[in-house]
Design a protein around this ligand. Structure first.
Ligand code: ADP
Ligand code: ZN
Ligand code: ZN
Length: 700
C-alpha cells in the first residue's frame, strides 16, 4: 500500500460553525481534487469533496483522521466547477463546503462506489443518441435576428463579454438562442439554458427538444424526483447530455464540455435563491462564463436595470430585436383614468371594470376572442373586517392579515400558512356582518362572472394550480378556446403563448408606483410589458387584423412616466428614467447592498444582536488587513423590523449595509462575519434564533 497522503476536503458545515474552510484528512489513495469522499466529522460521518487547494489555516488537530470512503468511479468535478463554488461561497458569505454539497444531487450521497460504478455503466450503455429525426426546417431569420446571430457567431473564441439580448415579446429571441446553441453543439460543446420556472416553460423545452431531436437534452430543477435529478446530473457530468435546461440550481451543473450559457428572462427574480446561499443564478452564470471563457447570452424584453446599465457602460454587449415576428403590431396601450370616472350614485362601490373596459371585453366575447385580466393578488379578499368593532382578520402568529379564500371558506396566512375556517360572526363582538375588504383574483373572477353572465370565466393563480397537472389542464382549456375571460396573477404573464388573447387589462396596478420597495416600478413595468406581450401573438388567426390587440390600464395616475413608456413600448426610455432616479438616490446599480437578517422571539433581541455587531464593527478589527479602508466606504444603517416583522411567532429584524464599492462591501462582509459569529456567541444574545447575510438582496 502506498504512503498515505493528506487531502484538503470541504464538508457540509455552515460557515457559522466556525470551521476552517477545508479540513485535512489522511487518505491511502492519492485522490484527485474534485473527488467525492465520506469523512468523519466529530462523531458523524459526512460527505465531502476533495478540494484543489487548502483554504485558510489548517485546523489545529493533533492527529489526522482518515477518509472513510471514496468514490473513485465517479469522474472528479472540474477545476472550473470548484472555482464557481468558491466564488459563490465567498461572494454570498457562506462556507465553500455548504455550497458545494448543497448543489450536488442529494442522491449522490446515498450511493457507494460500487453502486455508482454500476449506475455509470448503465447510463453509458443506454446513452445511445436518440434517433436523429429528419432535421426540422429552419425558419428564415428576420434581418434583426440574422444580425444578432451573426454578431454572436463573430465573437472571437474565448471572448467573455456577456451579451444582453433585449427583444420585445414575440421578436424571436428564442430562435437566436436556438441558432447559437446549434453552433456550440456543432463545435462539440455542451449548452446550458437557464429559465426562471420550469413548469411555466414547457414550451421552451419542447422547442429545444424539437430543434435538437438528435441530441440528448436533460432538465435540472426541483420538481424532478431525486432519482431523475441524479440521472440528469450524471448525464451532464459525464458529458453524455448535450443540452441542460434548468432552473437556477442548474447553473452549478457539472458540464465538462460547456460552450454556451443562455439565461432566458434574465430579469426574473426567481433566479435569486431565497434561502441558504442566496445566490443569483444569473450573476453566477456571468461569472461562470468568464471563468470558462465562454459566451453568456442574457435575454429579456425588460432586462434587469443591473444588466441594462452594464450594457450602457459597455461591459455587456447589447443586441436588440425591436420588431415582432411577422410584423405583428404590439398592442395599443390605453389608459383608463379612474379619477375621471363619475362616482356611482348613492355611495355604491364603483364597478370592478370601468364601463369602457367592460364594453371592450364584451366586444371581444362577441368576436370569439379572449381577454386576460391581471390582478397581482390571490385569494378572495386580503382581509375580513367587522364594521361594528373594527376587528380585522389578523394572523395570530404573524404581523400580517389572513387572506379570505372563499372557495373553501378559509382565512389563510400567506406567510406562515396558518389556516382556519371563516368565522360566522365577528370573533370579538359577535356581529354577523363581517365583510371582505379589497379584492383578490378569486373575487375578481366572481365579479366578472356577475358582470358578464354569459362569459366563460377562468382563473389561473397559485391557488388554482396547486394540484399537479392542473396548470397544464387550464392552459389547454384556454388554448382550446373554452375560456372567454381569463383572470390571473403574474403567473399568467410569463411565457405562455396565448394565441387568441386580444385584450389584456391591468385591473389595479397603482400600488407598485409608490411602493417603499425601490424595485417595485421595475417589476411592474416588466410585468405589464410581459402581459402586453400575451396579446395579439397571432392576431391574423383570429381575424382581428383590422383591430389591433389592446392593453388597458386602470389607473389614478395615467400620466405617470412608467405608463408613458409602456404606451410607447419603450423599455429604453423607462430604463433611462429609472436609472437616473436610482443614480440620484445612490441606489443599486449605483451602489451595492447587503442585508443582515436576524430572527428571535422578540424584536429587542433581534435588533440588539444586529446593533451590537454593528457597534463592534465600528470599533474596528485590529490585525485585519484592509478592514479599516473597507469600513471607510461602508454605511451601516440601524437595525429595523422587517416589513412583515413577525412570521410564525418569530420576530424578524434586518440591517442594511451599503457601499459605493462592491469590493469594499465584500471585504467588509468577510471580516464582519467573524464579528457576527463572536457577537452571536455572547450570553447576551443567546435568545437569537438565527442570522443570515443576503448579498444583493432583491427586496429590502
Ligand atoms: P420571444 O422569445 O422573443 O418572445 P419567440 O422566439 O417565442 O419570441 O418567437 C415568437 C414566434 O415567432 C414563435 O412562434 C416563433 O416560432 C416564431 N418565429 C421566431 N423566429 C421566426 C422567424 N425567423 N420566422 C418565422 N417565425 C419565427
Ligand atoms: Zn366585531
Ligand atoms: Zn401567519
Amino acid at each position: 500500500m502506498s504512503e498515505p497522503v493528506v487531502l484538503p476536503v470541504v464538508v457540509d458545515a455552515p460557515q457559522h460553525a466556525g470551521l476552517s474552510a477545508t479540513l485535512d484528512y489522511r487518505c491511502h489513495l492519492p485522490l484527485p481534487a474534485g473527488s467525492l469522499v465520506q469523512v468523519p466529522l466529530g462523531r458523524r460521518s459526512v460527505p465531502g469533496v476533495v478540494w484543489h487547494r487548502r483554504l485558510g489555516e489548517p485546523a489545529e488537530s493533533p492527529q489526522l483522521r482518515s477518509v472513510e470512503a471514496a468514490m473513485p468511479s465517479l469522474p472528479p468535478l472540474g477545476a472550473a466547477w470548484m472555482q464557481l463554488v468558491e466564488f459563490c461561497a465567498g461572494y454570498y458569505q457562506r462556507s465553500v463546503g455548504e455550497v458545494a454539497l448543497s448543489v450536488l444531487p442529494p442522491e449522490l450521497r446515498k450511493l457507494d462506489d460500487a453502486q455508482i460504478a454500476r449506475r455509470l455503466e448503465r447510463l453509458k450503455r443506454s446513452a445511445e443518441v436518440p434517433d436523429a429525426a429528419a432535421a426540422p426546417a429552419l425558419p428564415e431569420l428576420t434581418d434583426e435576428q440574422a444580425a444578432a446571430v451573426e454578431q454572436l457567431a463573430a465573437l472571437p473564441a474565448g471572448a467573455t463579454q456577456p451579451i444582453l439580448l433585449q427583444g420585445v415579446t414575440g421578436s424571436g429571441k428564442t430562435e437566436v438562442y436556438l441558432r447559437s446553441a446549434a453552433r456550440a453543439l456543432q463545435q462539440g460543446r455542451q449548452v446550458l439554458v437557464l429559465v426562471p420556472e420550469i413548469n411555466l416553460t414547457p414550451q421552451l423545452e419542447a422547442r429545444f427538444a424539437e430543434r435538437f431531436a438528435g441530441r440528448r437534452l436533460v432538465s435540472l430543477h426541483s420538481a424532478l424526483t431525486p432519482a431523475q435529478r441524479l440521472r440528469h446530473w450524471l448525464l451532464a457530468h459525464l458529458g453524455l447530455a448535450d443540452l441542460v435546461l434548468g432552473t437556477r440550481l442548474a447553473v452549478f451543473a457539472s458540464m465538462p464540455r460547456l460552450g454556451l450559457i443562455v439565461v432566458d428572462e434574465e430579469h426574473d427574480p426567481s433566479f435569486k435563491q431565497q434561502e441558504g446561499a442566496r445566490y443569483s443564478a444569473r450573476d453566477l452564470a456571468v461569472y461562470r462564463g468568464r471563468v470558462e471563457s465562454l459566451p453568456v447570452l442574457l435575454g429579456s424584453a425588460t432586462p434587469s436595470l443591473e444588466s441594462w446599465s452594464h450594457a450602457e457602460q459597455g461591459r455587456y454587449r447589447r443586441l436588440r430585436l425591436t420588431q415582432r415576428i411577422g410584423g405583428g403590431a404590439l398592442p395599443v396601450v390605453r389608459m383608463l383614468d379612474m379619477g375621471a370616472l363619475p362616482r356611482p350614485a348613492g355611495g355604491a362601490a364603483p364597478s370592478v371594470l370601468a364601463p369602457a373596459l367592460q364594453q371592450a371585453v364584451e366586444q371581444r366575447i362577441e368576436r370569439g376572442e379572449q381577454s386576460l385580466l391581471l390582478l397581482n393578488r390571490r385569494g378572495y379578499a386580503p382581509v375580513l373586517f367587522c364594521g361594528a368593532c373594527g376587528w380585522k382578520s389578523g394572523c395570530p402568529h404573524c404581523s400580517a392579515w389572513r387572506v379570505f379564500h372563499k372557495a373553501d371558506r378559509t382565512l389563510r396566512c400567506h406567510h406562515c400558512g396558518f389556516t382556519e375556517r371563516v368565522p360566522r360572526a365577528c370573533p370579538e363582538c359577535g356581529n354577523l356582518d363581517i365583510a371582505p375588504i379589497g379584492r383578490g383574483t378569486e373575487r375578481l373572477q366572481e365579479q366578472i362572472a356577475q358582470l358578464l353572465p354569459t362569459a366563460r370565466v377562468a382563473r389561473i393563480d397559485a391557488d388554482s394550480t396547486r394540484a399537479k397537472g392542473s396548470l397544464q389542464a387550464q392552459l389547454t382549456a384556454v388554448h382550446a378556446g373554452e375560456v372567454d375571460v381569463l383572470v390571473g396573477t403574474q403567473m399568467i404573464a410569463k411565457g405562455h403563448d396565448f394565441r387568441r388573447i386580444t385584450l389584456v387589462a391591468a385591473v389595479n396596478p397603482d400600488g407598485a408606483l409608490f411602493s417603499s420597495d425601490f424595485r417595485a416600478p421595475e417589476r411592474l413595468f416588466g410585468l405589464l410589458m410581459q402581459s402586453a406581450g400575451r396579446a395579439g401573438r397571432d392576431a391574423s388567426r383570429v381575424g382581428a387584423s383590422e383591430s389591433p390587440s389592446e392593453m388597458w390600464i386602470q389607473t389614478f395616475h395615467p400620466r405617470h412616466p412608467l405608463f408613458e413608456a409602456l404606451k410607447a413600448h419603450d423599455y429604453p426610455a423607462f430604463a433611462a428614467g429609472e436609472l437616473k432616479e436610482r443614480q440620484n438616490a445612490a441606489m443599486p446599480p449605483f451602489s451595492f447592498q447587503a442585508l443582515v437578517r436576524a430572527e428571535a422571539r422578540t424584536q429587542e433581541v433581534a435588533q440588539g444582536f444586529l446593533n451590537a455587531a454593528s457597534a463592534a464593527a465600528r470599533q474596528g478589527m485590529p490585525g485585519r488587513a484592509g478592514f479599516e479602508e473597507a469600513m471607510a466606504r461602508i454605511t451601516l444603517y440601524g437595525a429595523v423590523p422587517m416589513t412583515v416583522q413577525r412570521v410564525a411567532n418569530v420576530e424578524r429584524a434586518q440591517m442594511l449595509v451599503e457601499s459605493d464599492s462592491r469590493m469594499a462591501l465584500q471585504r467588509f462582509l468577510a471580516a464582519w462575519q467573524e464579528i457576527l459569529r463572536e457577537t452571536r456567541a455572547l450570553p447576551l444574545h443567546k435568545g437569537l434564533i438565527r442570522w443570515a447575510i443576503d448579498v444583493d438582496p432583491l427586496t429590502i
